[in-house]
Design a protein around this ligand. Structure first.
Ligand code: PLP
Ligand code: COI
Length: 340
C-alpha cells in the first residue's frame, strides 16, 4: 500500500500492511539478533505450542505524531512489564528492556511513512507478540520462541469514535476465571470472548460487559477494555483478579486524581450501575469510549446514561490526548520521543 493513498482520518482499527516488522528468536536459552523482515507471514512447525496450547502473548501500544512534529510512544515500559508478566504466566522467556526498546525504535523508524499526521485523530498502533514455536504434542512448554513486533496506522476501535455506545452485560459467558489467565494478555482470553462478542454485535451492541465468574455480582471487564465510572467526584474502576491491568486505566486514575477526583479501585456491584453519572470503557484501542446504555441480557434490566459523552469522560479524554499528542507537558513522564 502507498501511504499517500491512506485516508488518515477515515482509518478504522484494522490490519494495514506496512513495510517491515522486527523479529527475534529465542533458542538454546537465549535471545538471538533482531531481524528486519518484510514478510507478513511466519513459517512454523504445525505442532508449535502456540497453535495447540495457546502459548502466545501479545501487547498493544500507540505512537502519536504531535503538533510539534515529534513522534511520541506512550508508556512502552509499562507494556513491557505487562508483556513480561504474561510471559512469566505462560512459561515463556521474558524480554530484556534493551532488546524491546531497540526493536520498538527500529520498527517505528522503518515504517515512518505509515505514522498518521497530527490532526487526523489516528495513531500508529504497535503490536508485539510472542509465540512458542517448538514442536510438542503432549501439553508442555516450548523451549523455542519467536518475538515479532509490527505496526499499523489505526483510527478508533469503536467506529463511532468519541461517541457513546450501547453495551450488553452477559451472564452466560465468562472471559476469564478468577484464578485463570485474565491478567495476562494471551490469545485464549480473546478466543473465549469471540462468541459472546459476535452475539452482542448481532443484537445491536458494540461490546460485552463480563461479570466476575464466581458470583456474577461484580463488573469485571468491558470487551477489550477496562470499565470505569464516575459518581460523587469519584473515579471508580473494578478491582478483580481476572481483568487485564489496563495502562490507559492506570493513566486515567492518575489524571483523575490530578484533576480532583478520588480514585476507588474496588469491586463494583451490578446494582451500583444505577448510581453512576457517567460510565465508560478504556484501553489503548478503545481510548475512552463513553457508554450510553448497559443492557443486562438475562434480566432485561437497562441502565441508561447521557446520549452525549459526560463532562468527566470529555475532560479525561482531552487531557490524555493532550499528553499523547504533546499539547500539554508530560508531567508524569509517560511519553518517549522516537525518531521517525
Ligand atoms: N482489557 C482488555 C481485555 C484488553 O484487551 C485491553 C487492551 O489492551 C485493555 C483492557 C486495555 O489495556 P490497555 O489500556 O493497556 O491497552
Ligand atoms: C489494545 O487496546 O491494545 C488491545 O489490545 C485491544 C485489542 C484486543 C483490540
Amino acid at each position: 500500500m502507498i501511504s499517500s493513498e491512506i485516508e488518515w482520518n477515515k482509518l478504522p482499527f484494522a490490519y494495514v500492511p506496512t513495510d517491515y516488522n522486527l523479529r527475534c528468536r529465542y533458542v538454546n536459552g537465549k535471545w538471538g539478533e533482531l531481524e528486519v523482515s518484510s514478510s507478513e507471514h511466519i513459517h512454523m512447525h504445525m505442532s508449535a505450542t502456540a497453535l495447540h496450547y495457546s502459548q502466545e502473548v501479545f501487547e498493544g501500544m500507540k505512537a502519536f505524531r504531535g503538533s510539534d512534529g515529534k513522534l511520541r510512544l506512550f508508556r512502552w515500559r509499562d507494556n513491557l512489564a505487562r508483556l513480561n508478566l504474561s510471559c512469566d504466566g505462560l512459561l515463556m522467556p521474558t524480554v530484556p528492556e534493551s532488546l524491546f526498546e531497540k526493536a520498538l525504535r527500529e520498527v517505528i523508524r522503518l515504517n515512518t511513512r505509515f505514522v498518521p499526521p497530527y490532526g487526523t485523530g489516528a495513531s500508529l498502533y504497535v503490536r508485539p507478540l510472542m509465540i512458542g514455536t517448538g514442536a510438542r504434542i503432549g501439553v508442555d512448554s516450548s523451549d523455542e520462541f519467536l518475538l515479532v513486533i509490527f505496526v499499523m496506522p489505526v483510527g478508533p476501535y469503536f467506529p463511532t469514535g468519541f461517541k457513546t455506545v450501547d453495551v450488553q452485560m452477559v451472564r452466560d459467558y465468562d472471559r476469564a476465571a478468577p484464578l485463570g489467565t485474565g491478567r495476562l494478555k494471551t490469545g485464549g482470553n480473546y478466543a473465549a470472548s469471540l462468541k459472546p462478542a459476535k452475539r452482542a454485535h448481532d443484537e445491536g451492541f458494540k461490546t460485552v460487559i463480563y461479570l466476575d465468574a464466581r458470583e456474577k455480582k461484580y463488573i469485571d471487564e468491558c470487551g477489550p477494555a477496562n470499565f470505569f465510572a464516575i459518581k460523587e467526584n469519584k473515579y471508580i474502576t473494578p478491582d478483580s483478579t481476572s481483568i487485564l491491568q489496563s495502562i490507559t486505566n492506570m493513566s486515567l486514575c492518575t489524571l483523575a486524581e490530578d484533576m480532583g477526583l478520588t480514585v476507588e479501585r474496588r469491586r463494583v456491584p451490578v446494582e451500583e450501575l444505577s448510581e453512576f453519572n457517567e460510565v465508560g470503557a478504556c484501553g489503548t484501542a478503545a481510548v475512552i469510549t463513553p457508554i450510553r446504555s448497559i443492557q443486562d441480557r438475562e434480566t432485561g434490566a437497562s441502565y441508561k446514561y447521557d446520549e452525549q459523552p459526560g463532562p468527566w469522560c470529555k475532560k479525561l479524554y482531552e487531557r490524555l490526548q493532550a499528553i499523547q499528542y504533546g499539547n500539554q507537558p508530560d508531567k508524569f513522564g509517560w511519553t518517549t520521543e522516537i525518531e521517525g
